[in-house]
Design a binder for this molecule. Structure first.
Ligand code: ZN
Length: 116
């Protein structure tokens, strides 16, 4: 993959990472020692409805966290020069695939095998 394309993807990933961090902050999640943590005393009242809301928020935070982890890992691969290489077979992942899913770790074939 040529450097300018790589830079473009890197910039898009940085942007997405920042936006994920903003969303996490909006949900009251802060970066703790083991990743993001939602503080437990942030005004959630002790009621059934609050419990439901809290578990919804935690679900959202969890998904955002996963996205954040994937983006961070992709950025690390860019730094390490291993971006766009399938982790399983070592072949380059197609640019079309990376454009559609910049955090892809596997080529399409291996992804299909993995999700079967
Ligand atoms: Zn592969």
């Amino acid at each position: 993959m040529d450097q300018s394309k790589l830079k473009e993807i890197g910039a898009a990933l940085e942007e997405e990472k920042a936006s994920t961090e903003r969303q996490l902050a909006e949900y009251g999640a802060a970066v703790g020692e083991e990743g993001f943590e939602v503080s437990s005393n942030d005004g959630f009242a002790d009621s059934a409805q609050a419990t439901t809301e809290r578990s919804e928020v935690l679900g959202m935070v969890e998904r955002l966290q996963e996205t954040h982890t994937e983006i961070a890992a992709a950025l690390k691969r860019i730094d390490a020069g291993t971006y766009g290489v399938c982790e399983k077979c070592g072949k380059p992942i197609s640019e079309d695939r990376l454009e559609a899913r910049p955090t892809a770790r596997l080529c399409l074939e291996d992804q299909q095998v993995a999700s079967e």
